[in-house]
Design a protein around this ligand. Structure first.
Ligand code: GLN
Length: 246
């Protein structure tokens, strides 16, 4: 039986700061340890899109990086919107989170239209929001990471945030205590860090959703006892890192 899972790393050349590539490594490793065979695809400007994609991971970037990819991004907008509404799990960090919204008006006044997967808009300000970020999410518990952005994001009415910032950090805009957004199986967030090594609950949500969509259920039947022990060890490392950070 095939156990392949196709992961797309979106614009890794231009949208990958503050360790966001660690999210791809984490998903790859955890899938292997669950007994699946991850295939990592990279999509940069002008590349071909593969035939099949089970999960999409996108990182953050400077305003200049966002401007660089934008025309190519528009060419992929319909595809990304369709995959999002089909329920493909996606994790979009910071710069790509902003571009999955309705628009990002940068601090120099340039307006970059987003692809509207997430009902949210972002406006750049002079003061950057930088530092550790801790939030509470109903689905994932405490989520920990690091933020560095000038854009203030405001969610439209009825859009579910990923979590509430009550301890540390600014979150979407430094005003309403929301952080990130969740639309269908798309997660948008300001959490760099990397996010996934420290927050296994989110990794496992992305993995179980991707595997279940492709194969009907998530089974660990191909997992060896060594692989199970390694997952337990990674979860313990994450738990310790979370204790230190909290
Ligand atoms: N350029 C965007 C901003 O500053 C996103 C930054 C990021 O991805 N960390 O708001």
């Amino acid at each position: 039986m095939s156990t392949t899972i196709d992961i797309m790393s979106l614009y890794p050349k231009d949208m990958n700061i503050y360790g966001d590539s660690g999210n791809v490594l984490t998903i790859r490793r955890r899938l292997e340890l669950y007994g699946y065979e991850p295939v990592i695809h990279q999509y940069n400007q002008g590349d071909d899109w593969p035939e099949h994609v089970d999960m999409i991971l996108g990182g953050g970037g400077q305003d200049t990086g966002q401007k660089k990819i934008i025309d190519d991004f528009y060419m992929r907008a319909d595809l990304l919107r369709r995959l999002a509404s089909d329920g493909v799990p996606m994790l979009m960090i910071c710069g790509l989170y902003q571009l999955f919204g309705e628009y990002f008006e940068t601090v120099d006044g340039t307006r970059l239209d987003g692809i509207g997967v997430i009902g949210a808009y972002t406006v750049g300000q002079d003061v950057r929001m930088i530092g550790n970020l801790v939030e509470h999410s109903e689905q994932f518990g405490d989520v920990l990471g690091y933020e560095n952005h000038s854009g203030q994001t405001f969610l439209r009415d009825g859009v579910q945030p990923l979590g509430k910032v009550d301890a540390e950090g600014c979150g979407n805009n430094g005003q309403d205590h929301t952080e990130g957004a969740r639309v269908n199986n798309v997660i948008g967030t300001y959490m760099h860090g990397s996010l996934l090594p420290k927050n296994p609950a989110i990794s496992d949500f992305l993995i179980t959703t991707a595997v279940t969509r492709r194969y009907g259920s998530f089974e660990k039947t191909h997992q060896t006892s060594e692989q199970a022990a390694e997952i337990a060890r990674l979860d313990e490392v994450a738990a310790n890192a979370r204790k230190t950070a909290a």
